[in-house]
Design a binder for this molecule. Structure first.
Ligand code: AMP
Ligand code: MG
Length: 285
C-alpha cells in the first residue's frame, strides 16, 4: 500500500452523510502488518521533523490536528508517539477539559480561538470544540436548539480557518467497547496509571451508545471538503500511530514548506565578521 493509500481509506468525504461509526471496524488494519507499520513510522518521523522545521521558519502557515475519541482511545498516546522527533518549539498542544467558569461565560469557540496555532506552528488539540456537540449533547448540558446550531457554526469556523492558512486534520480515534474495558482495567491494576483514570470514565462508558450517536452526527455533519474527518481504527495502537503519521506526513509534503530566503546579503554579513570580536579597551584587565 502506498503511503497515500491509508489516509484515503479512512478519510470521510463531504458526501458521506449518514455515516455511522458502526460501519467501521476498530480492529481494522487493512492488511498492514505490525512489523511493517513500526518500520515505516520510524522513517515517517524523521521526514516529519525535516518538514516541520521549514514550516516553522516560514512563519506563515499552520497545521491543526484535532484528536477526538472516547476515554482510553489513545489521544495522549498519539501525541507522544507521532510527535517524537519534532522540535517542541514548533508545536503547541492544548487539552480541552470541562470549561472553567471563565470559559463558560463565553461562546464555545472562544477558548478554541485562543488556542489556535500561530503562524509556523503545528497545533494539536487533545479534545476540541467537538466536545460541545458530544459530551454536551449526551449529557444535555445545553439546550437542544443551541447544540443543533453548532454543527454549521463549526463548519463555518473551520472553513475560515483553512482560508486563512491553517490546514485542519480531524481524527476520530475509534476503539471498541471491549478494548476500552481492557484498557480501563489495565489502568486500575497499575498504580502508576491511576492518575489517568477517572470514575467518570465508567459513567461515560455506560452512555456508549449515546456517544456513538453523537459521534455519527459530528462526523456526518462536519465533514467539509476543507476539513475532512479521518476515522482511525484505534484498537491497535501501532495501527493508530501508523495511520495518523501517514496522514500528517502526506499533509506536510503537500504543503511543501520552504526555508525562507535571507533578507540580508550573506556575503556582506560574512565580510562583517572579523576573525575575533573586537574587545573594547575598557573591558581588558
Ligand atoms: P480527559 O481528556 O480524560 O482529561 O477528560 C477531560 C474531560 O473534559 C472529558 O470528560 C470531557 O468530556 C470533558 N470536556 C471537555 N470539553 C468539554 C465541554 N466543552 N463541556 C463539558 N465537558 C467537556
Ligand atoms: Mg480521561
Amino acid at each position: 500500500m502506498a503511503d497515500k493509500g491509508v489516509g484515503d481509506l479512512v478519510r470521510l468525504r463531504a458526501s458521506d452523510t449518514g455515516v455511522t461509526t458502526s460501519a467501521f471496524d476498530p480492529a481494522e488494519t487493512f492488511g498492514v502488518s505490525k512489523k511493517r507499520a513500526l518500520k515505516e513510522v520510524d522513517g515517517i518521523r524523521s521526514e516529519l521533523a525535516a518538514l516541520q522545521e521549514p514550516l516553522y521558519a516560514e512563519r506563515s502557515r499552520s497545521v491543526l490536528v484535532v484528536l477526538q475519541g472516547m476515554d482510553t482511545s489513545g489521544k495522549d498516546g498519539t501525541i507522544s508517539h507521532v510527535m517524537t522527533g519534532i522540535n517542541p518549539q514548533g508545536v503547541s498542544i492544548t487539552s480541552f477539559k470541562a470549561p472553567t467558569p471563565e470559559e463558560r461565560r463565553h461562546d464555545f469557540l472562544w477558548r478554541i480561538r485562543r488556542a489556535l496555532p500561530g503562524p509556523g506552528l503545528l497545533g494539536i488539540f487533545n479534545r476540541s470544540h467537538y466536545e460541545d456537540v458530544l459530551v454536551v449533547k449526551v449529557d444535555q448540558l445545553a439546550p437542544r436548539e443551541v447544540i443543533e446550531g453548532r454543527y454549521d457554526r463549526i463548519n463555518r469556523f473551520e472553513a475560515n480557518l483553512v482560508k486563512s492558512g491553517t490546514t485542519v486534520l480531524k481524527f476520530c480515534l475509534l476503539i471498541s467497547a471491549e478494548e476500552q474495558r481492557q484498557r480501563l482495567v489495565a489502568r486500575l491494576e497499575d498504580r502508576t496509571k491511576h492518575w489517568k483514570y477517572s470514575p467518570a470514565d465508567v459513567d461515560k462508558r455506560a452512555q456508549w451508545d449515546e456517544y456513538m450517536v453523537a459521534y455519527d452526527a459530528a462526523l456526518s455533519r462536519c465533514s467539509i471538503p476543507e476539513a475532512p474527518w479521518y476515522v482511525v481504527p484505534a484498537d491497535r495502537k501501532w495501527f493508530r500511530n501508523y495511520v495518523i503519521s501517514n496522514v500528517l506526513l502526506e499533509t506536510m509534503r503537500d504543503l511543501k514548506p520552504r526555508y525562507p530566503k535571507a533578507s540580508f546579503s550573506v556575503a556582506r554579513e560574512l565580510a562583517r565578521l572579523p576573525a575575533h570580536p573586537a574587545i573594547r579597551a575598557g573591558r581588558q584587565h
